[in-house]
Design a protein around this ligand. Structure first.
Ligand SMILES: Nc1ncnc2c1ncn2[C@@H]1O[C@H](COP(=O)(O)OP(=O)(O)OP(=O)(O)O)[C@@H](O)[C@H]1O
Ligand SMILES: [Mg+2]
Length: 210
């Protein structure tokens, strides 16, 4: 269940997305933890990259109990999301790298939020961090191509973080094996130096694409 909600502090009001854990449908391939926890874990990885792919996301209490709360980003509704997904914007290339790291099983067009300044946010990360290869995305444009310098630098940083505070924070939301596999995916990216191609073990494209 996904709700549009409002958060109020003394001096600010903001719109947000609220997905209560109580409204989650159980998924056979994501038996552990919660989808909300996976959303927060993806935010934590994004925050560690400094790339701001994922809008600020926390786990907190709400009217239907604890859930994930994510800041609403006012995207440009006139952008064609399938055209956008095929474009070579730097923000999408970064998102493609992040999606490999978190093993995103659902990067469809509707999960792209294009901002007026050219940035693109990614949302809906409930089905990330499987221990099986499940990357399903529209962002295959760079597959087989070398990672660029900023990606390699970021991955080196992320690799350290995953053995430190970030790893510890992820363990609050994911299983130990899922955190270990995340380290392995980063190590593999650094070793091969390329954007991976579809594994062949899993549908590579989301359906429907939007
Ligand atoms: N933080 C956000 N900022 C702006 N728009 C958002 C945000 N989160 C979600 N949305 C919009 O709301 C839609 C639904 O959110 P989301 O995909 O996370 O929920 P869902 O329950 O998986 O819905 P669906 O089944 O349609 O994918 C997204 O496709 C996107 O257009
Ligand atoms: Mg969705």
């Amino acid at each position: 269940m996904t709700l549009l909600a409002e958060i109020n502090t003394d001096d600010e009001i903001a719109e947000c997305v609220y997905k209560p854990i109580a409204g989650e449908r159980p998924l056979w391939d994501f038996p552990d933890g919660t989808l909300a926890g996976r959303e927060v874990a993806t935010y934590l990885v994004s925050a560690a990259t400094g790339w701001q792919v994922v809008p600020p996301t926390v786990l907190r209490d709400g009217p239907f109990g604890p859930g994930m709360v994510q800041l609403w980003m006012d995207g440009d509704p006139t952008v064609d999301l399938l055209d956008l997904a095929r474009s070579d914007r730097p923000a999408l290339r970064r998102m493609a790298v992040l999606d490999v790291v978190v093993n995103n099983a659902d990067r469809k067009g509707g999960h792209l939020i294009p901002m007026p300044d050219g940035h693109v946010y990614g949302v809906d990360h409930g089905v990330c961090f499987s221990t099986d290869p499940k990357l399903r995305t529209l962002l295959w444009r760079w597959a087989g191509r070398p990672l660029n310098e900023e990606a390699v630098e970021m991955l080196e940083l992320l690799s350290n973080e995953l053995y430190g505070d970030l790893g510890a924070a992820l363990e609050e939301h994911l299983t130990l094996t899922e955190v270990r596999k995340t380290r392995t995916r980063v190590a593999t990216l650094l070793r091969t130096g390329i954007h991976p191609e579809p594994s062949g073990e899993w549908p590579a494209l989301p359906w429907p694409p939007i």
